[in-house]
Design a protein around this ligand. Structure first.
Ligand code: ADP
Ligand code: ZN
Ligand code: ZN
Length: 848
């Protein structure tokens, strides 16, 4: 018997044949994790199948089986293969997504100092000396450990020369899996209770004797083995006591596997489902139909749930999960970011106590491994988590829900494979018959376009639910105030979306108001503080202080060649002048001293952070309690939870924050949302900047007016006429959709083409640029070769918007075509070199 193995080696995408040694025959099946020889190394791989005949004459043996049960089943292998093709990534990297971290290991190299140093005349370089002293200090180290010791430094050349000169030896290694099942000691009575009596006298009347007898008495009532910790707690005995009892033959001590449960520490309260509103009721009917009968496979298309913020989508997700479990299947509930969505997570935990696994980055590898094994064993039928939770090892997955699926955190761009959770879920659905529900108040234009084209079921919830009546009444009573109801609080139970006012900041300037707050926003804040309610101030973090604009007329500096917004940079070299650079075509120019449009001198970069906003608020309203929620205040573990619960419990009046605010928070006392400057994201040189601005404004506005108190939204801007701002202020999703789609059609961007982005990274500016140019030539050649000249085109090479990341220079080339994979299929991409690293991303969510 032979096995086909996908090996987990960086940049190797092949499948290789091995034979099974006699001791493994019959134990290895499809989906098993094994270690195998590969070249001179030992590497991990996943068994894709067993065959009678090998492709090659001579095969090497499988070395070991790393986990007794298969780590992945056949439908998931199929999904992995589809994902690998769709993302142009190695199959093993796609299959590795299914393994918990710690179980999946890549081969590495061990560097070791030789005992006797070589005699050599050659002087060593500083880097070589650093490597030698590191190994002297810490002993033999693996390549990845040395990487960590010299972050972003090229140490490999130096190390290789040391090996050649005889200072070091090098040996390929496969680190052992770093996680193991956790064992716990169990104890059980070894004799029938009636026989135990005779031991009573023998144990004696000493303190220890009495303790030990209490152990026996406790165990007499326990028919099954129990955890020693229970026995300790019940009897006051210690481990010596148990050992003595075991020696006397009275009890038996055994070991058993236990699950490490990350939820043990988390608080949540079980809750009963509310009766559905009439709107929810009608949507629920369609969802039930979509979920189908137990045992039925999905036919492919996902369900799109388009419901405004606060329309009660979550309740429908919970019911869909309930039905899936009742049908004997499992469900995945994906949220954008666990730390930012504690309210949603708690609702899932509360609805299905004891049945939910939680996946997040704060888990220890052991906790994650155990949650993974409980899911594989079918003990936990639900998982909540970020995009990676989709790869949970359920025996019979029935449903994947993506909540707020427009969110960019669903995209994995920083690791192999680059994938978007929405695309991946659709492939999963095709490979394994899983049903997929996509929910959002602001579906991406490309997806809604596709949904209509392919006739997916599209359900909408156009109204908000009037919620939180008791919370608000209680709070207002406490403060001795009346509620002026925002809606007829009678039978309707429907709440209007909050009115949005757009403030033209140029007018404020004309009227002599130079503050970052308009008069209306100032008044709104004053009212909120005076009435014991709450406000949110939102600041766009991305793109702050990167563009130049005129405060008098709103002019934004744009590229003279291609009209993209120009980005402010420091000139390289001696004098460090500020220059403006186009990230689409590479054009650059000096920063103008006066506005080209109106001649004003008030042309400058925009820059105002959360700190500045906070201090201005404090200056205006010394009595208001402010709270800042941004990257800086949330560096510590658990900070998100603390800040949020602080605000929810009304220990602050005004919350000032960035993007984090846009993730579905449900805050009853918030009656005012102020957007300090809506333009910021709009001036990003990316084709999705208008869409992202619209989504962000809609989501942030969605935090206001969720209770009978009602609410309002104030958007400040220098470009009040911009269509994303206009549409967001009217809650007009379809208006935005129509305009945006037309624009995309004109410029030939998705959904009217597809993009593949190639990126080079290098510590040396010139090497990265060089590589990007070579790559562009190669892709042009492929385009010509395949006869795609008519429909395909290249954008770049050009420096990326985020030009330097981790000290590395980034360049990009973008291939745009109706079907870029047809051009790239079967082509070899350049492999990483010492100097340049390459990345490929299919349909990336931005081109920054
Ligand atoms: P969405 O997910 O669409 O943003 P939520 O599910 O958070 O909306 O619902 C908004 C509010 O309405 C929440 O406070 C929720 O508890 C409440 N809610 C949802 N469904 C019902 C219902 N059927 N009856 C009463 N309250 C509901
Ligand atoms: Zn340009
Ligand atoms: Zn101007």
């Amino acid at each position: 018997m032979f096995v086909q193995v996908a090996v987990n080696v960086p940049h190797v995408s092949g499948v290789f044949d091995y034979h099974l040694p006699p001791e493994l025959a019959g134990r290895v099946s499809t989906g098993c994790l094994v270690s195998v020889p590969f070249g001179k190394q030992t590497v991990q791989g996943i068994v894709l199948g067993l065959v009678e005949q090998a492709q090659v004459m001579e095969t090497k043996p499988v070395y070991a089986l790393l986990d007794d049960e298969p780590v992945i089943n056949e439908s998931r292998i199929r999904f992995g293969q589809m994902l690998s093709e769709a993302t142009l990534s190695p199959l093993a990297a796609c299959l590795a997504l299914f393994l918990p971290p710690g179980l999946s290991q890549q081969a590495d190299t061990l560097f070791r100092l030789v005992e006797t140093q070589p005699e050599t005349q050659q002087a060593l370089s500083p880097r070589q000396n650093q490597i030698l002293s590191l190994l002297k200090e810490r002993g033999p180290l693996r390549g990845r450990q040395i990487d960590a010791a010299f972050p972003r430094r090229n140490w490999k050349d130096a190390a290789r020369k040391l090996v050649k000169a005889g200072w070091l030896t090098l040996q390929p290694v496969l680190p052992a899996p770093s996680v193991h099942p956790k064992k716990a000691r169990m104890v059980q009575l070894a004799v029938p209770p009636e026989e135990a009596e005779v031991f009573r006298d023998r144990l004696g009347k000493s303190e220890a004797g009495k303790r030990r007898w209490r152990v026996v008495e406790f165990l007499e009532k326990e028919p099954w083995p129990v955890l020693v910790s229970w026995v300790y707690a019940a009897s006051g005995a210690n481990s010596t006591d148990l050992e003595r009892l075991a020696e006397a033959g009275l009890i038996t001590l055994t070991e058993t596997e236990v699950w490490r449960d990350p939820l043990e520490q988390m608080e949540w309260a079980p809750f009963e489902p509310p009766p559905l509103t009439p709107d929810q009721e009608s949507v629920w009917g369609s969802i039930q139909e979509f979920l189908g009968k137990a045992g039925e496979r999905a036919d492919g298309a996902p369900l799109l749930l388009h419901g405004v913020t606060g329309s009660g989508k979550t309740e429908l997700y919970l019911r869909a999960i309930e039905k899936t479990i009742a049908d004997g299947k499992q469900a995945v509930f994906l949220v954008p970011e666990i730390a930012l969505t504690p309210q949603t997570v708690r609702r899932v935990l509360g609805r299905f106590p004891g049945k939910v696994g939680l996946v997040h980055s704060g888990l220890s590898p052991g906790e994650r491994y155990d949650t993974w094994r409980r899911m594989r064993a079918g003990v936990l039928p639900v998982v909540v988590g970020p995009r990676s939770a989709m790869f949970s090892p359920f025996p019979n997955l029935g449903l994947i829900i993506l909540d707020e699926f427009h969110d960019d955190s669903y995209y994995q761009g920083d690791a192999q494979p680059g994938y978007h959770a929405v695309d991946a879920a659709l492939l999963y659905s095709r490979a394994a018959g899983v049903r997929v529900i996509l929910g959002s108040a602001t579906p991406p234009v490309s997806i809604l376009y596709r949904a209509r084209l392919e006739k997916w079921p599209i359900l909408s919830l156009p109204n908000r639910i009037l919620a939180h009546r008791q919370v608000v009444e209680h709070q207002m009573k406490r403060l001795g105030r009346e509620i002026t109801p925002a809606a007829d609080s009678g039978e309707t139970a429907v709440l209007p979306l909050p009115p949005v006012r757009v403030i033209d900041m140029r007018e404020e300037l004309k009227d002599g108001n130079r503050s970052i707050f308009s008069r209306l926003l100032k008044q709104g804040l004053a009212d909120v503080v005076a009435s014991g309610q709450q406000a949110i101030l939102f600041l766009n973090r991305r793109g702050r202080a990167t563009y130049v604009f005129c405060r008098d007329c709103g002019y934004v500096a744009r590229c003279a060649r291609c009209d993209s917004p120009l980005t402010l940079h420091m000139e390289p070299g001696e004098n460090r002048n500020e220059i403006l650079v186009c990230h689409t075509c590479n054009y650059s120019r000096k920063v103008p001293g006066t506005c080209p449009q109106c001649g004003s001198l008030h042309i400058r970069q925009y820059g105002s952070g959360t700190e500045k906003v906070e201090s201005e608020v404090q200056a205006m309203f010394p009595e208001a309690r402010t709270l800042r929620w941004d990257a800086e205040t949330t560096r510590q573990k658990g900070a998100h939870e603390i800040i949020l619960s602080h605000f929810v419990n009304h220990r602050a009046d005004i919350l000032i924050g960035t993007q984090m605010l846009a993730k579905g928070l449900d805050l009853p006392l918030v009656t005012l949302v102020g957007v300090v400057l809506a333009d910021v994201g709009l001036n990003f040189p990316d084709y999705r900047a208008p869409e992202r601005t619209f989504q962000l404004l809609t989501q942030v506005a969605g935090r206001a007016g969720r209770s009978p108190l009602g609410g309002q939204v104030i958007i400040q801007t220098f470009q009040p006429e911009a269509y994303p701002i206009q549409a967001a202020s009217k809650h007009d999703y379809y208006g935005f959709y129509g305009l945006e789609l037309e624009k995309r059609r004109e410029i030939g961007y998705p959904p009217f083409s597809r993009l593949v982005r190639f990126e080079t990274r290098s510590l040396q500016a010139s090497a990265g640029e060089e590589a990007a140019k070579k790559l562009a030539e190669r892709i042009s050649f492929w385009i010509d070769q395949g006869g795609f000249q008519e429909s395909a085109g290249l954008i770049g090479p050009a420096p990326c918007f985020f030009q330097r990341v981790n000290a590395q220079y980034r360049w990009q080339v973008v291939l745009r075509a109706p079907d870029p994979l047809a051009i790239l299929k079967g082509k070899d991409f350049p492999a990483d070199t010492e100097k340049v690293a390459y990345r490929v991303e299919v349909s990336p969510p931005d081109l920054l």
